[in-house]
Design a binder for this molecule. Structure first.
Ligand SMILES: *[C@@H]1O[C@H](CO)[C@@H](O)[C@H](O)[C@H]1NC(C)=O
Ligand SMILES: *[C@@H]1O[C@H](CO)[C@@H](O)[C@H](O)[C@H]1NC(C)=O
Length: 335
């Protein structure tokens, strides 16, 4: 899986599951870092013969814990933006890069992501501390509990568990911001891909809501939107939620290109694959990498963003690896 650095101060590594992982070190040499924004021969992304998500995805969100309705609607609008037109460069334009990945039958990843159901686990069915494995029990509960049961869709379902800011998750904030994997028949009854992403707002925005927050102990100033003295502010008004948006995009790109962890990844070790979004952590625009987000936009309030969504929403989403151009890419690229 992965052992990836994106800026000099942040090293990401994916362990065991396919996870978005962070660790910090102040004194890394810049030349140890790989900036994948430029084309790189060092990347050995390979196809390992497994499936990609080529059929329309029915996405089911499990809202775990106590969620703010405004934050939920930001996330819903982001999900709607994958398959709906919006001003260029849009979230759907961003997804075009993900669509370049195919399986051995030549089928591309789908362009259709439909939010097909939501489950409100507001009673914290498995407590306020979740292990990685217990995510599968959270899904099991959501497909069996009543009322509000989600269908158990093993044909083209993907389950997205989103935990509220008061929920602790194994390795969250210490090593990971989100991960994707698949369920085991012994727990859920079937094998179905899923992803978890945590709201880092009160726990660790400096680790999981980059570039809207920056770890105080990193010894570096936060990134700015051209000039100003302030940290880049979040386009939808909540650092934790706006930070989650990019992690949701990251995990959706990876679960689609590597749903059973046997399709698209780099590296020799399937236990720690480097996947298509891991290669581009911290890169949001042309020139990004090494602690610089790259060339992005600023809305009329000065908030940073790089993609448009439905309802005139703006989002800040990291780039993914483009297998044709052989570099990190997003629709806001200048070249
Ligand atoms: C499907 O993937 C191939 C290989 O990357 C690419 O050439 C083609 O344009 C893709 N099709 C779509 C609709 O994205
Ligand atoms: C998309 O999801 C909605 C529920 O939100 C459902 O009514 C509709 O049938 C779904 N569309 C497709 C094409 O699956």
């Amino acid at each position: 899986m992965q052992n990836l650095r994106h800026f000099p101060v942040i090293a990401l590594s994916l362990t065991f599951f396919s996870i978005l992982a962070f660790s910090f070190s102040q004194n890394q040499q810049y030349n140890e870092e790989k900036n994948f924004e430029g084309s790189s021969d060092l990347v050995n992304l390979e196809y390992h013969m497994g499936p990609v998500l080529a059929s329309s995805i029915n996405l089911y969100i499990i809202w775990y814990g106590r969620w703010n309705a405004k934050h939920q609607s930001t996330i819903r609008d982001f999900v709607y933006s994958f398959s709906s037109p919006a001003q260029y460069p849009s979230v759907a334009d961003w997804w075009r890069t993900v669509r370049l990945y195919t399986d051995q039958t030549g089928s591309n990843i789908t362009n259709n992501i439909n939010l097909s159901g939501e489950f409100y686990d507001f009673k914290y069915s498995h407590g306020r501390y979740l292990s990685r494995l217990s995510m599968q029990s959270v899904i099991k509960n959501a497909v069996t509990a009543s009322p509000g049961t989600l269908p158990l869709n093993y044909h083209n379902g993907v389950y997205l568990i989103l935990t509220s800011d008061d929920v602790q998750v194994q390795d969250f904030c210490r090593a990971v911001c989100g991960f994707h994997y698949f369920t085991f028949p012994s727990i859920v009854g079937v094998t179905v891909p899923y992803a978890w992403i945590g709201h880092s707002g009160i726990q660790c925005p400096g680790m999981c809501a980059y570039p809207f927050a920056w770890p105080a102990y990193s010894g570096r100033p936060p990134p700015r939107t051209n000039g100003g003295n302030n940290i880049m502010s979040a386009p939808n008004g909540d650092v934790g939620t706006d930070g989650m948006i990019s992690v949701i995009a990251h995990e959706l790109a990876e679960v689609s290109s590597n749903p059973l962890v046997n399709a698209w990844y780099a590296g020799d070790n399937p236990i720690a694959p480097t996947e298509i979004a891991d290669l581009c952590l911290g890169v949001y625009g042309t020139g990004g990498g090494g602690g610089y987000v790259g060339v992005v936009y600023k809305d009329s309030w000065g908030n940073g963003y790089n993609l448009n969504g439905v309802k005139r929403r703006k989002f800040m989403v990291q780039w993914v690896w483009n297998p044709v151009k052989r570099r990190c890419f997003g629709p806001n690229a200048l070249d």
